[in-house]
Structure formats: structure tokens, C-alpha cells
Design a protein around this ligand. Structure first.
Ligand code: ZN
Length: 197
């Protein structure tokens, strides 16, 4: 299944999932690398989380497809104006962190930004998909609320929206966007709500 916001632009283009072949092995050296990076740059350790649109409380937006609805592995943030009214709107980092990937996956994913967060001594990853433009560079630090990208429509595949995932397992494969198996994935809105500031 492709990423399906409630307002889908077309019924024609349905892919089996949002994924493209991409192998990333998660290993302990990876974990250590980020622990060291944050230890040396403690001002970028996360102290809490905000929403990625309408900062800091998602004002002007709604979650059109909540976590696990249709087996969705993220949240779909849409502007309350509907359609493409939110195209080009700013997307903000949900917390302090380190930009681990800025990449155009094309297909059902489009342009994706991934950010690693160290929060209460655990590593998390936030993933922002279908972006129009991306305004951060890979391997740089960001602050909570800093603009990282603009809301896109995945090159016309969907009406514009932000697909947001939060993972408690970092550097996994890009994934399918949809699955009954949620290991490694958190309910983004529940997590943000429970960990403000
Ligand atoms: Zn989605």
C-alpha cells in the first residue's frame, strides 16, 4: 500500500508499499557513534518534543491518518485547508538532534529527512517524508523547532502532507510505511504528547 492520507489525490497510482531497496545495518558501533557525537555536543541533546508543523502545537493542521489506522506506521499531518493548501509549509525538527539522512527515495516516499535524537539517554529517530524541498544538510545538528524542510506531495503522488514516523530503533531500513508489525516504531502523537519539553 502506498502512503494514503485521507485525501488521496489519485486512485491510480497504488504501489505495494513506499519502500525502495535500501539496506542499513543497525549495529552497536552506530549507537556508539551517536552517543559520542551528543556527548561532545551536549547542547543538542533532546530535552523534549514538539509537533513538526504549526509549531509548536500543530495549530492549523490535523492528523489525517493516525498511527496503525490501515496499519500506518506514522502520522499524516495535513493543513486544515485541505488539498494542496499546505504545500510548501515549513516542517520543523520535533526536537534537538543530528540529521542522519537527507535523501530522495522517489517512489512512494519521495524526499526524506531523518534525525537522530538522544533523549533520557536513549536514541530515537524521527523521519519526515514526501517533502517538497529539504533545507538541512546531512551530518549536521539541529535545534527543536528549526525548519528542516517544506511540506510536499511526493512529486504529485498525493495531496500535500507530511508523513511523520518516530522510531525507537535507529537507522533501520526506510521500511514500508504500513505494517501490522510495529517493532521499532512508536505512535508519534502519543510520544510527542507524553514528552513535551
Ligand atoms: Zn503516511
Amino acid at each position: 500500500m502506498s502512503c494514503r492520507p485521507s485525501e488521496k489525490k489519485t486512485t491510480v497510482l497504488v504501489k505495494s508499499d513506499m519502500s525502495t531497496p535500501h539496506q542499513t545495518i543497525q549495529d552497536s558501533s552506530n549507537q556508539n557513534k551517536y552517543q559520542v557525537l551528543f556527548k561532545n555536543n551536549p547542547q543538542y541533546i533532546s530535552k523534549g518534543f514538539d509537533y513538526p508543523v504549526g509549531k509548536p502545537n500543530a495549530k492549523g493542521y490535523y492528523n489525517a491518518q493516525i498511527f496503525q489506522k490501515n496499519n500506518h506506521l506514522g502520522d499524516d499531518w495535513n493543513g486544515i485547508g485541505g488539498g494542496n493548501t499546505d504545500l510548501g509549509d515549513p516542517i520543523y525538527s520535533i526536537s534537538n538532534g543530528y540529521v542522519s539522512e537527507v535523501k530522495d527515495y522517489k517512489g512512494g516516499w519521495g524526499k526524506v529527512v531523518r534525525i537522530i535524537h538522544l533523549y533520557k539517554n536513549e536514541l530515537y529517530e524521527s523521519l519526515y517524508a514526501h517533502c517538497d524541498t529539504m533545507v538541512v544538510r546531512e551530518n549536521t545538528f539541529v535545534k527543536k523547532g528549526e525548519q528542516i524542510a517544506r511540506i510536499g506531495n511526493c512529486d504529485g503522488v498525493y495531496w500535500a502532507h507530511l508523513h511523520l514516523e518516530i522510531r525507537d530503533s535507529i537507522n533501520m531500513n526506510i521500511g514500508a510505511g504500513y505494517s501490522k508489525i510495529t517493532k521499532g516504531y512508536l505512535n508519534p502523537s502519543d510520544f510527542i504528547k507524553g514528552n513535551r519539553h
